[in-house]
Design a protein around this ligand. Structure first.
Ligand code: GLY
Ligand code: MN
Ligand code: MN
Length: 442
């Protein structure tokens, strides 16, 4: 049983009220929990609650369903969850049960999940709108359709199914995009723990170490600091592996002249951190590595400057692309006019991803990037990553040998504030001097 610690009950309740406020009269919203996934025979994968479900409840058990019914007399927030069963709890640990869910989680009304077929269709019946994220919950989609059909197929009873299904995600994800003070505190803590992990790794990085050993240093730090799991599989790529954007094999031995790209962040209290640093195995960048690193750093710092309320979402990407393209021309990796190389997409030979994404409960968090086909304007409370890179695969042709097999990305997490921004992960060494100093002194 997990009682919310960092995000208060009041805040979970506020989120539900906000969503209810956005719903139309005479409607119902339904959201299932995540499923427990079998790994093999009687062993399950670690359970992680669905982020939307967690956002609205803080209730992190499988086999649960939340229903929101604006204006319902016996309470607007209804939870279906597992009943307590001492013999099962002996094996799998405590569950909360409907009664305690009401006391501990501020839920208005709670029922055993085993009774959902008897109770929920009655709540759906007669509603004009059903808010539900159709297509996002494979098995549960069928159940929602079956409930809807059971109402339609019984016209003699005079009951009516909802006339309209509405995607729940739009409203909910818009709420999730703007982080509250409490969420920012939790994100700050996630950043601090991630910083401990990256710094521990820097202290252990020497030629000859295996990538998985470096990953172990990250995980040790995360778990020791109260964040048992990373927010996504850690990327520890040395040499040419750093050019593989989602390299998670982490199996090679680090060689003396390598750069090692480390993209790793913890998940703390359900909130993600997402940080990349690129480090010289020997403790010192070579001249060619410095040349490329300086371009990425300049691009990243300038792109971070674009994270301001009033600027649009794509400005940081556009800025990064301009600086990277200019830099690649100067080093002779690209030939031609900057704007033409951008227009034609030629820069993508070395920089083929976007400069960031929303960050929150999910590492690639929810929220629209465009509104009415226009890039979204940044507003206070949004959190983004800024993560430009340059990747020179070792088998690229027409590239000076000294740059081959070098992959660099630099990534920080940035909060949009009232008048500018705050880099939540600024404490992690990033400049050439800071990294070399940290690696020299430990
Ligand atoms: N770690 C995944 C990303 O940077 O987007
Ligand atoms: Mn990342
Ligand atoms: Mn990222």
């Amino acid at each position: 049983m997990v009682v919310p610690k960092k995000i208060s009950l009041k805040e979970f309740a506020r989120r539900r009220f906000e969503l209810i406020d956005l719903m139309e009269e005479n409607s119902i919203a339904i959201l299932p929990s995540a499923n427990l996934v079998t790994r093999n025979s009687d062993t399950d994968h670690h359970f992680r609650q669905n982020s939307d479900f967690h956002y609205l409840t803080g209730f992190d058990e499988a086999e649960s369903v939340i229903a929101l019914v604006p204006g319902r007399e016996h309470g607007e927030c209804i939870l279906f969850c597992q009943e307590r069963d001492p013999s099962s709890e002996q094996w799998h640990g405590k569950v909360t049960g409907p009664e305690r869910a009401m006391q501990l989680f501020g839920i208005d009304d709670a029922f055993p999940i085993a009774d959902i077929d008897d109770i929920l269709p009655g709540m759906i019946e007669g509603k004009t709108k059903l808010y539900y994220a159709m297509g996002s919950h494979d098995e549960f989609d069928g159940q929602v359709i079956a409930w809807d059909n059971s109402i339609s197929n019984n016209p003699m009873s005079g009951s009516k199914p909802p006339g309209e299904f509405v995607q729940l995600d739009q409203h909910l994800h818009e709420l999730r995009l703007f982080k509250s003070k409490q969420e920012i505190q939790v994100l700050r803590k996630a950043s601090e723990i991630t910083a401990v992990g990256h710094q521990r790794l820097m202290d252990k990085l020497v030629p000859g170490v295996y990538e998985y050993q470096l990953e172990a240093e990250l995980l040790h730090a995360f778990a020791s600091e109260g964040a048992r799991f990373p927010a996504y599989p850690s990327i520890v790529g040395s040499g040419n592996n750093a050019c593989i954007l989602h390299y998670i094999q982490n199996e090679d031995q680090v060689k003396k002249g390598d750069l090692v790209l480390v993209d790793a962040g913890c998940e703390y209290q359900y909130y993600a951190s997402d940080v990349t640093r690129t480090l010289p195995a020997s403790g010192k960048f070579s001249k060619a590595q410095k040349e490329l690193y300086s371009i990425v750093l300049k691009a990243q710092e300038a792109a971070i400057e674009m994270i301001q309320p009033g600027n649009h979402w794509n400005q940081s990407h556009e800025t990064a692309v301009e600086i990277i393209t200019e830099g690649l021309i100067e080093l002779g990796l690209l030939a031609g006019e900057r704007d033409e190389l951008i227009e034609s997409g030629a820069f993508k030979k070395f920089y083929m991803h976007r400069t960031g994404h929303w960050l929150g409960l999910d590492v690639h968090d929810v929220g629209e990037y465009k509104i009415d086909d226009e890039w979204r304007i940044l507003e206070e409370g949004m959190v983004v990553t800024v993560e430009p890179g340059i990747y020179v695969l070792e088998d690229l042709e027409d590239v000076p040998a000294k740059y081959k097999g070098i992959g660099i990305r630099i990534e920080d997490d940035v909060l949009v504030t009232k008048r500018g921004h705050e880099v939540l992960t600024a404490m992690i060494p990033k400049t050439i001097e800071e990294i070399e100093q940290r690696m020299a002194h430990g």
